[in-house]
Design a protein around this ligand. Structure first.
Ligand code: AMP
Length: 172
């Protein structure tokens, strides 16, 4: 994990004052590290009959799409409001300041399909939990989540159901 750790750049006060942004682009640019990262994110889900990997816009697309290929699963984007063509299903959720919305194509997942949710960073946990609720709204089964970076000080894990696996690679 140290190799991954050294490839995440801290950017203070981006995109707003007080935020320490975790820049994963050096990790993406390193072929060996990116491959090892995708392998590690997939590790709990091999042989689990995953039908679809749901990636959260936008950096969750990068990791999720690569994981979908590695798991021989489909990829389904969970997008910010107004980006997907209709018909869509959406869920609103609270941010530290204000609200946001995630949407999915209303027939993107089959009822009972086995799904995992993927993102780059788990901060307060609102986004990942909204993604789980959105997938379940289509009747699919969420087996768990994989996230590259967890910020334990913000206790995002506390928003996620304790019974569901939440697999993270790095903690800061
Ligand atoms: P949250 O809902 O607070 O867990 O925020 C998670 C979402 O915001 C993820 O989609 C991340 O891409 C993004 N995010 C939150 N905090 C950071 C951070 N410090 N660095 C990079 N991305 C972040």
């Amino acid at each position: 994990m140290q190799a991954f750790h050294d490839l995440v750049r801290d950017v203070p006060d981006f995109p707003r004052p007080g935020i320490m942004f975790k820049d994963i682009t050096p990790l993406l640019a390193d072929a060996a590290a990116f491959g090892a990262c995708i392998d590690a994110l997939c590790e709990p889900w091999r042989g689990q009959g995953i039908g679809a990997v749901c990636g959260i816009e936008s950096r969750g697309f990068i990791f999720g799409a690569a994981m979908a290929r590695a798991l021989d699963a489909g990829f389904v984007p969970l997008r910010k409001a107004g980006k997907l063509p209709p018909p869509v299903v959406g869920v609103d959720y609270g941010l530290e300041y204000g609200m946001d919305r995630l949407e999915i194509g209303s027939s993107a997942l089959a009822p009972g399909e086995r799904v995992i949710v993927v993102d780059d960073v788990l901060a307060t946990g609102g986004t990942l939990e909204a993604a789980r609720r959105l997938v379940e709204r289509l009747g699919a089964e969420v087996l768990g989540a994989s996230v590259v970076i967890e910020l334990p000080g913000l206790n995002g894990r506390g928003k996620w159901p304790a019974a569901l696996p939440l697999h993270t690679l790095l903690a800061y």
